[in-house]
Ligand binder design. Sequence first.
Ligand SMILES: Cc1ncc(COP(=O)(O)O)c(C=O)c1O
Length: 263
Amino acid sequence: MDTPREIMDAAWDALERGYTKYAPAAGYPELRNALAKKLRDYNQIDLDPETQILITQGSTEALYLAVNALLDPGEEAIIPAPYYPPYDSLIKASGATPRYVGATEDEGWLPAPEAIEKAVNKRTRALLINTPNNPTGTVYPRKYLEDIGRTAVDHDLPILSDEAYEALVFDGAEHVSPMSIPSMRDNAIGLFSFSKTFAMTGEARLPLWPRGIHQESRHHPQPRAGPRQFSHPDRRPAGPPRVGQVFRPDRPRTGRKKKNPCG
Ligand SMILES: Cc1ncc(COP(=O)(O)O)c(C=O)c1O
């Protein structure tokens, strides 16, 4: 599926209007405001766009920031399996260890909440879930989220909730975001993406954990957009923005409608 025409037109229009410079580290306020409205209307999540929403380059960068903010070497993250394969290297690259809790097809690919509770130990620092799930397609029911959420809340664990496929639900299934469940709200960090919803791989937004994403991290003491500044080129989780790579310096520039804002 191609990116919808109006999105491509808006991207081109933005370039013409001079959106070619550094953007604010947390993202443009207009976009954060629009996402706050979307989260309220569509996901039943109430967030302050000033302090609780961070724009990232794909949910890949959001995952990278959240994992590196929350996990230190020697710590563990619990992940229901089967899982999206990059989680493994993401967790290991932070020096932490993924602890998988498996489920079978007969279980609807949902690990028993008791098995998740049993996997918690004194090194556990996060629960990483993915609904709707890649690769199984399972959409976590509200009751199941509440059950595993109890474990997270009881052990004071952040829940990283990868919701990249929120719009791809079929047969009457309802996508529920942990951030919309009152008992889980304070522990959940929702990771959303434009990639699948709008066929725009590489653009995403990350609503932050209401308590501040890396309050407990010893590595990154600044709140909110802070960890972004530590994304040095050699540790970037994703490639450079695609629009910037469309430009071909080896080709002559031909008749454009408006003057290039770069002069
Ligand atoms: C479960 C899951 N999370 C995250 C991503 C990455 O999304 P993004 O393009 O927003 O970085 C993918 C991409 O396939 C995915 O399947």
